[in-house]
Design a protein around this ligand. Sequence first.
Ligand SMILES: Nc1nc2c(ncn2[C@@H]2O[C@H](COP(=O)(O)OP(=O)(O)OP(=O)(O)O)[C@@H](O)[C@H]2O)c(=O)[nH]1
Ligand SMILES: [Mg+2]
Length: 435
Amino acid sequence: MDIPENERQPAALVGLNTGADGLHFEKSMKELAALASAAGFRVSGVFTQNLQKPGAGYYIGSGKIEEIRAYLGMTGIDLVIFDSQLSPTQLKNLSAALGAEVLDRTALILQIFGGRARTREAALQVEYASLQYMLPRLTGLHRELGRQAGTSGSMSSRGAGEKKLELDRRRIESRMAEVRRDLESVGREREIQRKRRAGSGLPMAALVGYTNAGKSTIMNGMLREFGEEGERSVFEEDMLFATLDTTVRRISPGGGKKPFLLSDTVGFIDNLPVPLIRAFRSTLEEASLADLLVIVTDLTDPDYRENLEVTVKTLSEIGAGGIPRLFVFNKADLADRGKDIGISVPCVSAEDAKITISAKDPADIARLADEIGRCVNRGRIFMRLMIPYSDGAALASLRKTSDITVLEYTEIGTLVEGALTESDAGRYRAYSAGT
Ligand SMILES: Nc1nc2c(ncn2[C@@H]2O[C@H](COP(=O)(O)OP(=O)(O)OP(=O)(O)O)[C@@H](O)[C@H]2O)c(=O)[nH]1
Ligand SMILES: [Mg+2]
């Protein structure tokens, strides 16, 4: 992944400013450069054009195309990356007009995901999304492949080309069906794991947020402080989309505090390509099953407010809109903005819990664990119960689901005090021993 800067393939970037929102355009271009470098390219020239509406055929204007072409000719660069998703026609036309390989934002993100997938599920999800992206763009890609292979006249005659195209199309479709089947079987395994987790009776908190916000660093901090012996840490790195799968770990803060499950998953980004959202649905949906969303933000990112909006929007798109939220403003060691957090971010409301931390500071990790514990136990009911020895099952079940603070074996039964879930409180009301 760490190719030295001067050995990376150079690429020119092209962005279209439709004038709707200049700030957003700037951020989008900055992000495109970060994505290009995450995919292993070196950004060389950057071209922008102000146009109210992208052209249907060529996306940008003919003058701009000429300008870029001249630049490519002069520098010998043969890769051009566009800031949004291009239609199959635009892709085909631009690659012909520029005489270069053309990638759009979607292809770029797909490429990054492809290089990062570690688990079988992630690899299958990325493959599916890539095939889906390729299918309507085969003609454009073919032209590209044909040229690269230096195919000579007779071989690339129109008839042969079309037959090959049809063959490729069918091959891709059948591979897609295969991948879909494999994904379904992985999905069944995931379902079993989910059931097992639900059966543990432990509340689940999900780390979510923009890519590179520090989710995996928090997970590892938690594992170091409160993880079970021998549990593996997760991959954390200063790059976009370091994490592509979901890891769930049990966190036991100790000191009479109830353990909880914590999940770490793939990060969000503005305009995450639709095929990827679809392909990663099952991974992203883990968040929609959580009792608490721990929304992590990088305070040092000047765009952290916009990133939060994107995160909140994506969460509601995957059906996690109604889950209680804890906003974590991270990397406080690098930023001196502790004061203004949460005040001017419209998507953070008064009901949301908030905390500012540095994921690198063990004391902050402990504070965060406390806060998560408090949030996942919110809505619980404090009760004092006398459980007769004849109902051993009740005690066993309560131990799993409740935050028990007192437990005494008396002559008439077991005295239990603790925070019960609402349903347990109803179920065991008969054993109530006053408060
Ligand atoms: N100084 C400092 N660096 C941090 C902090 N939290 C995370 N980082 C760094 O930020 C980078 C990204 O952290 P990750 O934990 O990989 O981010 P992530 O949210 O899991 O990112 P993706 O998996 O790509 O979505 C890493 O280089 C971390 O070491 C923090 O509180 N302070
Ligand atoms: Mg991560």
